[in-house]
Design a protein. Structure first.
Length: 254
């Protein structure tokens, strides 16, 4: 068995070198995953703190609103009592004009205080609604982040990529595509793209099936992707024959 850099067509890379290479890639992928996980955990913690803060503010505003409502009720009661006193004074005392004027002034002040407190209740209610809306938005954001994380994990599983792996890994996902045509200058276009997990730098293998037999054609490297197509360059070191439209493209030869 040969080291990877000495292996050529028809030669296998040594198991020890394959194992060392796999371990190095796995360590790199795990480090990148841990970094992304820490960032996600930090963002979650920030969101939780923001929601807790909003909930505390909501409780304070709710208590303040109840206090203002009680003050408003007290003012209404005081107003009614003042009006009752004024009417009694008018009916029973014809010489208490000064007292009546005083009572009217008290009623006016009570009305002004009532209006002022009512405006304050309205303002606090608006702030309460705003705080509730912000909390709902944060809750929705948290739900969206959780859903996005679940989708990302599903995508990794779909492309047979371990959660500890790096999405930038040069190890391609499982691919079953065909060559659509040749653009010249050693380039070919294939029928799989970014939506299938292909990234620039992925190496793929090409073979041709004829008469029930499969023949290895060569290796290509992804240089450009679209959602459903990719442009690849031919690696001359592994090319056994010219690549043709309809040749099969896979991530590895089984």
């Amino acid at each position: 068995m040969l080291p990877k850099d000495q292996a050529g067509t028809g030669k296998e890379v040594g198991l020890k070198f394959q194992l060392d290479d796999a371990r190095a890639k796995n360590d790199e992928l795990k480090n990148d995953y841990d970094k992304v996980k820490k960032e996600l955990d930090a963002e979650k913690a920030t969101r939780v703190q923001a929601v807790a803060k909003l909930e505390n503010e909501l409780a304070v505003l709710t208590a303040e609103r109840k206090k203002r409502e009680q003050e408003y009720a007290d003012l209404v009661k005081a107003e009614r009592e003042a009006v009752a006193v004024m009417k009694t004074t008018q009916e029973n005392t014809v010489h208490s004009e000064k007292e009546r004027d005083t009572l009217e002034a008290q009623v006016l002040q009570a009305q002004q205080d009532r209006d002022a407190h009512f405006k304050e209740v309205v303002r606090l209610t608006d702030e309460l609604h705003q705080a509730a809306n912000e909390k709902n938005q944060l809750d929705k954001r948290l739900t969206t982040l959780s859903a996005d994380l679940a989708k990302a994990k599903d995508a990794l599983r779909y492309f047979d990529i371990n959660e500890d792996s790096d999405y930038k890994s040069k190890t391609p996902p499982r691919v079953d595509a065909v060559i659509l045509g040749s653009g010249g200058s050693g380039l070919v276009e294939i029928s799989s793209g970014a939506d299938d997990g292909l990234r620039v730098g992925h190496h793929l293998e090409v073979y041709r099936s004829t008469g029930g037999m499969s023949t290895y054609v060569g290796r290509i490297e992804v240089v450009k992707t679209t959602p459903d197509h990719a442009v690849c360059k031919i690696d001359p070191k592994f090319q056994n024959s010219n690549m043709m439209k309809g040749d099969r493209v896979v991530s590895k030869i089984e």
